[in-house]
Design a protein around this ligand. Structure first.
Ligand SMILES: NC(=O)c1ccc[n+]([C@@H]2O[C@H](COP(=O)([O-])OP(=O)(O)OC[C@H]3O[C@@H](n4cnc5c(N)ncnc54)[C@H](OP(=O)(O)O)[C@@H]3O)[C@@H](O)[C@H]2O)c1
Length: 249
């Protein structure tokens, strides 16, 4: 599929993976709206991106944890760049699993940002694109959502919920010609994983961003990045619970 060159909203634009996706899409000539909380970093990213690619780049401030700002974000993005062709949801919060086991506020923050906040913005974007009968939405879920593991089940369950939400949304929106793609990255070398030890197959964010945009052009429904994670998670999902619960994964 040839992706047309309409405006794209990047929500969570300061994320390591989002930077790479923005770069790929800007190189293709899409006007970009970089949205996030850090105004100065957004401005810096926008001027760098527009200088390097010659593309129109805008910024918009929003806090994913405040659903009231989500309709305003869509209005601002559309006013600045025009009706959106696409949207990428890249914000997320890994949090601290150990802390989340004793501190409900930490557990709640992980669950709310990764699931409730994403669902809220998707709710707004879906209505707009469904009404216009056009568009695409790409969302960063995670391999962590494919199976609950002792070491990160709070984050994993939020991403698992998001994955299921996206399955249903994809089925709803395909009737309107709106495409929804779920991205399931394995560990990627970004601020999110900085300082974590024992991460297998740590991927480069540039490679991950390029693979995501390639999958988007092919209108994939679900993409694992890097691709070996599809097989790894298939195998992990087949391990019987009786055995799996005794691992310290
Ligand atoms: N890195 C990995 O190994 C990995 C693996 C699987 C899935 N993922 C998922 O991929 C996505 C991108 O990950 P990444 O590693 O690129 O992330 P990252 O570099 O750690 O960045 C996280 C992003 O989330 C934003 N964010 C957090 N709370 C926010 C809020 N309340 N409102 C608005 N933005 C908020 C941050 O904005 P600020 O700059 O304002 O903090 C930042 O842009 C996330 O959804 C993550 O869960 C990552």
């Amino acid at each position: 599929m040839q992706v047309s060159k309409g405006p794209v909203l990047i929500a969570g634009a300061t994320s390591g993976i989002a930077r790479a996706i923005s770069n790929e899409l800007a190189k293709e000539g899409h006007p970009i709206v970089l949205a996030g909380r850090d105004e100065s970093e957004l401005q810096r990213l926008a001027s760098d991106l527009s200088i390097r690619t010659g593309t129109e780049v805008h910024t918009a401030l929003f806090d994913a944890s405040d659903p009231a700002t989500h309709p305003l974000l869509l209005m601002e993005a559309s006013a600045k760049a025009g009706k959106l062709e696409g949207a990428v949801l890249a914000f997320g919060y890994l949090g601290d699993q150990q802390l989340a086991q004793t501190d409900w506020q930490e557990a709640r923050k992980i669950l709310e940002l990764n699931f409730v906040s994403a669902a809220s913005l998707l709710h707004v974007l879906a209505s707009d694109m469904e009404t216009r009968q056009t568009g695409w939405i790409t969302v960063l879920s995670s391999v962590a959502g494919d199976r609950g593991r002792m070491s990160n089940y709070v984050y994993g369950s939020a991403k698992g919920g998001l994955t299921v939400f996206l399955q249903g949304l994809r089925a709803r929106l395909q009737k309107s010609g709106v495409h929804v793609m779920t991205v399931k990255p394995g560990p990627v070398d970004t601020a999110m994983t900085f300082g974590s030890d024992k991460l297998p197959l740590l991927a480069d964010p540039g490679d991950v961003g390029a693979a995501i945009v390639k999958a988007l052009k092919r209108r994939k429904d679900v993409v694992y990045v890097p691709s070996p994670w599809r097989l790894i998670m298939f195998v992990l999902r087949t391990v019987p619970e009786k055995v799996f619960k005794k691992t310290s994964l």
